[in-house]
Design a protein around this ligand. Structure first.
Ligand code: GLN
Length: 535
């Protein structure tokens, strides 16, 4: 039977619970266990698909097309284990399903209550993962202990522990141990209170992971152990790392966290060094050089809106043993001052919705094309590159995507990007989002093919608009190379330029599949070309 590892957070949010849970997942895989990871989100949105990047960072898309919390990105980057629709459960989804069942009469007229109906629904959704037969299911509960919204989830997680038994469940509490500068003192009280709150609900944490900015002394650790009723050996320190969040698996391994978990679950597996991660961290700490890459976006002031893109760029750098210095450029600024682009060795345009900054992005694609600057266009980035090419190389004035012209009530003169249903040659119904993994066939002798090293690939999508096949011939005649096509619906998946050091764009979101120890080939080659350009 699957073992459950349940990670909760205390004191404050933003402690890196997702990264800690993912790192623990990595340690378990390294010990030869199969795992599944699961994020419980206590907010009432049914899924994060429509949440603003301002509030919630990027939407992470899985192979099966679920629009999920960005923590799933951490899970995949650290563990290499794909997540799915089942890996993210929001309170909104739980209530929605229970209320639908109630309307259908599934509860036979009984009173529908938080306990047992909501708690049972939570447990049932968690336990679906058992069908995949993993050794361990790692559950991360979003939010902080004490949140009203999270209470019913904690109750369900408490019950789950009883349902599966002590040997099959383990609770890890990630907490914050602050250092008060004025008093020059480390404070354990918030952690004591947070654990007390957990105990009130009936959960006794087995392991305490203490996030801290400073070193904790033996005295602090003893105190935490005693007041929180956790053996001293199970009080783990997770001090702020010096250079990279990818150090965390090593920090936890050093303190034997995997051993504690295996012992608790009574699983015997030989210890193994985390060799690929040790090598990774040594590359991160001693880069051969730095390369500046400009990311031209709409949400450049936000840390998390392009999370996976930024991470994939760093990964591309690791492949060359370089540090990528990301220059966040607001697309709107390029509209008035394209010279900002002079400072970077490579230009990336990420995905996006909404017309703000669109003309700046198109200018950035033009600048990259005309000045031989390595360019990677992602989703909207591909659409910008095609629009730019249509306008400035094919001479199609006012070429655009119908997405933004429609917003302004204008009929697009040359709709080089539009909905599938707006294209005469394609009969399929469009208008809905193309979500999740889609196949693509690459043309030989292209940069895309040389990056991937194979003809048939699959990447994840999240968009509505496509390159208009009615313009494909004209674009190709003028030198645009369509290097990848969807074999099922015949739409353009990838484009590139011939007489250019490296200009590649994809309709998909390759950043979602990059791992630090397995950088995505497009990001690897894009960063390598940018390094070449900077030398
Ligand atoms: N807004 C564009 C579309 O829907 C691009 C979406 C994206 O970049 N993810 O097609």
């Amino acid at each position: 039977m699957a073992k459950y590892l349940i990670v909760t957070g205390g004191v404050v949010s933003s402690l890196g619970k997702g990264i800690t849970a993912a790192s623990i997942g990595r340690l378990l895989i390294n010990r030869g266990l199969s795992i599944r990871m699961l994020k419980l989100d206590p907010y009432l949105n049914v899924d994060p698909g429509t949440m603003s990047p301002y509030q919630h960072g990027e939407v992470y898309v899985t192979d099966d097309g679920a629009e999920t919390d960005l923590d799933l990105g951490h899970y995949e980057r650290y563990t290499g284990q794909p997540t799915s629709q089942r890996s993210n459960i929001t309170a909104g989804r739980i209530y929605w399903d229970v209320l639908h069942k109630e309307r259908k009469g599934d509860y036979l007229g009984g009173t529908v209550q938080m306990i047992p109906h909501i708690s049972n629904e939570i447990k049932a959704k968690i336990r679906r993962l058992e069908e995949e037969n993993p050794d361990v299911i790692v559950i991360e509960l979003g939010g902080t202990v004490g949140d009203i919204e999270g209470l019913i989830f904690l109750e369900a997680l408490r019950q789950l522990g009883t349902d599966v038994g002590r040997d099959n469940s383990m609770y890890i509490h990630l907490t914050y141990v602050p250092y008060i500068k004025a008093a020059k003192e480390v404070k354990t009280k918030p952690t004591q209170q947070s654990v007390a709150k957990l105990r009130e609900i009936g959960i006794m944490p087995h392991i305490l992971v203490c996030r801290t900015e400073v070193d904790l002394t033996e005295e602090h650790l003893e105190k935490l152990s005693m007041f929180c009723n956790v053996p001293r050996s199970c009080v783990i320190v997770e001090k702020d790392v010096e250079t990279s969040i990818y150090e965390i698996p090593l920090v936890l391994a050093e303190q034997g966290v995997d051993e504690l978990i295996l012992n608790h679950f009574r699983i015997a597996k030989p210890t193994k060094p985390l060799k690929d991660w040790q090598k990774l961290v040594s590359v991160i700490k001693n880069p051969k050089g730095t390369v500046k890459i400009g990311v031209v976006g709409k949400y450049s002031e936000l840390q998390d809106a392009y999370k996976s893109v930024y991470e994939a760029l760093y990964h591309g750098g690791y492949a060359a043993e370089y540090k990528v210095d990301i220059v966040k450029i607001a697309a709107e600024d390029i509209e008035t001052n394209p010279d900002i682009l002079k400072t970077v060795a490579g230009i990336l345009i990420p995905g996006g919705f909404g017309s703000r900054g669109m003309e700046g992005k198109i200018r950035a694609a033009q600048y990259a094309r005309e000045n031989n600057i390595p360019f990677l266009g992602i989703c909207l980035g591909l659409q910008c590159a095609v629009i730019e090419f249509a306008r400035n190389v094919c001479g199609l004035a006012n070429a655009h995507t119908t997405e933004f012209d429609e917003e302004r009530g204008i009929k697009t003169e040359h709709p080089v990007v539009c909905l599938l249903e707006e294209q005469r040659t394609v009969t399929e119904k469009g208008g809905t989002m193309r979500l999740g993994a889609c196949p693509c066939v690459l043309e030989k002798d292209t940069k895309a093919f040389s990056a991937y090293g194979e003809k048939k690939i699959s990447e994840r999508h999240r968009h509505r608009y496509e390159v208009n096949n009615n313009y494909r011939e004209q674009l190709e005649k003028n030198g645009l190379i369509v290097s990848g096509t969807n074999p099922e619906i015949g739409v353009v998946e990838m484009i590139e330029l011939a007489d250019h050091p490296w200009f590649v764009a994809t309709q998909a979101h390759p950043e979602l599949k990059s791992q630090p120890v397995l950088p995505h080939p497009l990001f690897r080659d894009f960063v390598a070309a940018s390094i070449q350009n900077s030398l």
